[in-house]
Write a protein that binds this ligand. Sequence first.
Ligand code: SAJ
Length: 422
Amino acid sequence: MTDKVCVLGLGYIGLPTAALFATHGHEVVGVDVDPRRVEMLKNHHTFTDGEPGLATLVSEASQTGRFRVTEQIEPSDVFIISVPTPLRKTGRSADLRSVRAATQNVARILKRADLVVLESTVPPGTTHQVVLPLLERSGLRGGRDFSLVHCPERAVPGHALYELIHNDRTVGGIDPASGERAKALYGVFVKGEILTTDATTAEMVKLMENTSRDVNIAIANEFALLAVRHGVDVWKAIELVNRHPRVKILRPGPGVGGHCIPVDPWFLAQGSPEAALIRTARRVNTQMPGVVAAIAKRALRGIRAPRIAVLGVTYKGNVADTRESPAVDVLARLPSTWTARVHDPRATRFQVSLLPLDDAVRGADCFILMADHDEYLFLDPNRVGALMRHRILIDTRNHLDHAAWTAAGYRVFTLGRPASTA
Ligand code: SAJ
């Protein structure tokens, strides 16, 4: 008899996780507090945000007859909490309200021998100091009566399904038995190695993964700023640096978006004076939209009331997600006298209306490429240029073939390359 699994939070990790358990023999109840999301999933529409393969997997899960979606939690053998843990706007600390609410819901129906899995990304100590005490209000004792683990995911949006299955996975139990129980559970679909540890170490592991990424992006961005000062093309320099067998510099960019990399470092830094480098990296990355705006002001100097087109408003290329997108910060830093139109081949919603490409660039003096979608590699410089008033390209991702755009009469700017070579 396989465990009945209840997944609380049907977001970009909870939904595929629920569907994977259902398509691997478990009865699964997916619970979400958003009635619209529940209704859409009941009608077999998925909130995929363009996640490849997710719609098909959710449909397969529904066809098993073992996957239901509801707003009400139900008695189950396993409870997986995969609810959002955003950053509090004030004080840069984790907002755990959804985790607390979900845990309290579980505590009300928790029974002996149940397993509770916290998948949400949380500050170190949350499993032991927040989730465990709330669950023990049931009168049951963690370890003795029920199992509790922190099991973070590391699936990259855009490849989430593949990575949920193939990545190695960390499972951190409040006691070894909890870890072993969760390892057996996830082993039903995880093909990567499942490594057990304690709960607090598992919380740290997840945050260290994403924080190290933020710091590594920050050094790439700082190299871009230094390269301009020294008249060097940072992209050429990085290409040469990365030939070193033990060095891998990431790519400078217009800012660090998404709902993880800009957030998770703060979960590690909160209340920790030691986190000097982590805070500095955050400061370096959050200044990049301002660097892009300064390049645009320089490039458009002398043009009255410039019109610009922003191409790519998702937080990075080849995803549909616009959460914490650097494009928002760049637009906010442009003079109010400028007119900005936006295009994105994958985003479905943004703070300003998304236009077809030709409408976005028509009459523009410049276009700023912010997200390096594959689709933009096929833009025809002359066809786009024929629609524009001036031919100025600011390629914040060094994504396009600058020789071709220069040959088509564009002045090309990018991060980390002195304007003189533009
Ligand atoms: N970025 C750069 N330069 C780079 C790499 C990224 O500017 O060289 C920017 C991107 O444009 C984007 C932001 O950083 O705005 C974040 O993009 P990302 O691809 O680094 O990360 P995410 O948020 O898409 O996914 C990350 C992944 N974590 C790591 O790579 C360590 C993923 O494995 C996690 O599961 C995910 O965060 C998460 O949900 O935690």
